[in-house]
Each structure stands twice: as C-alpha cells, then as structure tokens.
Design a protein. Structure first.
Length: 126
C-alpha cells in the first residue's frame, strides 16, 4: 500500500473544513474542477507545486495531506490563530507561509510558528 493511500479522503476533509467548494479550490489553484475531482477520487495525484498550493490554500500540512500525520483540525486552528498575531501578519508580508507550512508537526502550536518566524526574521537581518 502506498504511503499516500487515503490522500483523496484527506483532501476532501481539508477542503470541506476550509469551507471551499471544488470549484473555488480549482479557481484558486488554476486547475479545472474535473482535476480537483480526480485528485479527490485518487485517480491522479497533484504535481508537487500543486501540493504546496493545496496545503497553503486549505491550511493543511503536507504531512497531513500525503501521509495522514497529525490532525487537520488542530493544524488549522493553530495556524489560523498564529496568522492573527503580529508575527503572523509579518510572516504573510514576508512570504514565510510556505516555510511554516512545511514544518508542521503532530504538535503544532502558535508558539512554534512564532519562534520559527522570529528565527526567519533574524536570519533575514544578518
């Protein structure tokens, strides 16, 4: 069995959890509704750049989407809470979101996101 078995169900859960329709997700990613449907039915898998777009758009980690690690709901709540903070706004302005999404773990927290963003800011200033 592939490590990505169940991808379609996790994609549906993340999409529905974000409140997006297949059409809204398709428009956001620049693909057809049929493509999103094929991903959700696991007939084809998204390309790597599309996976990153899915994670960012849906507020889900790649670990959750691809491997089912962590819980989408907990990841999303912590990430949204972080984005509401001052450092979250800075992270969005400086385009750190991809980095933050890539480091999601089973125990993601607002504090973790703040620490990573602060480290990125320090590294940027050097």
């Amino acid at each position: 069995m592939s490590s990505i078995a169940g991808f379609g169900a996790r994609l549906v859960a993340a999409r529905e959890g974000s409140g997006a329709t297949q059409e809204q997700l398709a428009v956001s990613l620049g693909v057809s509704v049929a493509t999103v449907s094929r991903w959700e039915r696991e007939l084809v898998l998204p390309q790597s750049e599309q996976l990153v777009g899915l994670a960012e758009t849906l507020g889900a980690s790649l670990d959750y989407l691809l491997r089912g690690l962590g819980t989408h709901e907990a990841d999303t709540a912590a990430f949204r809470a972080f984005l509401a903070t001052t450092l979250g706004q800075i992270a969005q302005e400086r385009r750190y979101i991809d980095v933050l999404l890539s480091v999601r773990t089973v125990r993601t927290s607002v504090g973790l996101y703040k620490a990573i963003t602060a480290g990125l800011l320090l590294a940027e200033d050097e």
